[in-house]
Design a binder for this molecule. Structure first.
Ligand SMILES: Nc1ncnc2c1ncn2[C@@H]1O[C@H](COP(=O)(O)OP(=O)(O)O)[C@@H](O)[C@H]1O
Ligand SMILES: [Mg+2]
Length: 334
């Protein structure tokens, strides 16, 4: 059953003149993994802090199990665990002490808290720093400690503000795997904010793309991709006229793929990658182009309009793209 757990309606929050959340409405259902992507200043932290009961909305409502969270703070505390984007809390405690303390605070007896502390230290790759004071941890270790603290006590809802910031690629992958396992094994509902779209895509059930306090898109990755049907990314590395290898990137359609790939025969291509769009691509397109994207084209000549110049290459070298010439030549032949 898709039981609604969080229900957010017309949520609005401003700071001085700036609207940080602009009439947000959405539901989070039990046991789903919901990710929010957005550029800096989009209002993501403002949103999650309100969901955690730490910031008061200007207007609108946030309900948890059908009850306003601010009128029911004990329920919020027992149900929801919030990991802030940054935290100086418990700096003077060691990793082991901090986890033990939280475990006790969330109801475990001494023996159970000791056992949980041990298993959390293992689960979050913290055994090397278990005796370190939190204040002396690296950014990545601190993030792992925050995750250990957030997941201690197995509360049914996790709100995580950028859980993989500062982590190296291996720990980042580990964190997504752990979160996925927690969701699978305990049915924990997970709402998180991230910039790590590529990795997050592997575990999210639904995603929202946020900009200027609003959701530009919300849905399952498949739904968002369907809205942009049959888009394909072609990326290749080639030598430019100056002899320097450069990466070029295009967005095209499945129908036009052959023409594009065939035309590469005339070039000195060393690497070629053809892939369907990821949520990260959609995110970048939405954030760059606001809500409206170009319609999909279905004929080769028109694909010229669709070519997405590699911003970096062209801005830097100001060169002319051979694909355009190729496509123009084709158009003449018709
Ligand atoms: N406590 C605050 N006081 C004043 N402005 C704030 C405060 N918190 C956030 N803002 C502003 O609200 C906007 C959204 O911030 P935030 O929610 O932190 O965005 P994000 O997490 O998406 O980067 C930003 O313009 C930010 O400067
Ligand atoms: Mg933030």
């Amino acid at each position: 059953m898709n039981e609604v757990l969080y229900s957010v309606r017309n949520l609005t929050k401003s700071y001085q003149k700036r609207v940080a959340n602009d009439g947000l409405s959405f539901d989070i259902v039990r046991s789903e993994i919901f990710g929010v992507l957005g550029d800096n200043g989009a209002g993501k932290s403002t949103l999650v802090r309100q969901m955690a009961g730490l910031t008061t909305p200007d207007s609108g409502s946030i309900e948890l199990f059908g009850r306003d969270i601010r009128r029911n703070l004990p329920q919020l505390r027992e149900t929801v665990s919030f990991m802030p984007q940054s935290s100086e809390a418990m700096n003077r405690l060691t990793v082991k002490e901090a986890i033990y303390y939280i475990s006790r605070l969330r109801g475990a007896g001494r023996a159970a808290a000791r056992a949980e502390t041990g298993s959390q230290i293992d689960a979050w790759n913290l055994s090397g720093s278990a005796a370190k004071e939190a204040v002396k941890l690296s950014g990545g270790q601190r993030r792992l400690l925050q995750l250990a603290i957030a997941t201690t006590g197995r509360l049914p809802v996790l709100l995580l503000d950028e859980p993989t910031n500062d982590l190296d690629p291996i720990n980042r992958e580990h964190v997504w795997d752990r979160l996925s396992a927690i969701n699978r094994e305990l049915g924990t509902t997970i709402f998180f904010i991230t910039h790590d779209a590529q990795e997050a895509e592997k575990i999210i059930d639904r995603v929202a793309i946020m900009r200027d306090g609003r959701f530009l898109a919300i849905g399952t990755p498949a739904e968002l991709k369907r809205a942009q049907e049959r888009h394909v990314k072609v990326e290749y590395r080639t030598r430019s006229a100056g002899g320097e290898p450069v990466w070029k990137r295009y967005t095209t359609t499945v129908d036009d793929l052959h023409g594009i790939v065939d035309s590469l025969a005339d070039e000195d291509v060393t690497d070629l990658l053809v892939r369907t769009e990821t949520i990260e691509d959609l995110y970048k397109d939405y954030v760059r182009n606001s809500a409206v994207r170009e319609p999909v084209v279905d004929s080769l000549p028109d694909a010229a309009a669709q070519l997405e110049m590699d911003v970096e290459t062209h801005a830097r070298h100001g060169d002319r793209d051979p694909r355009l010439d190729h496509l123009r030549a084709q158009r003449h032949l018709e």
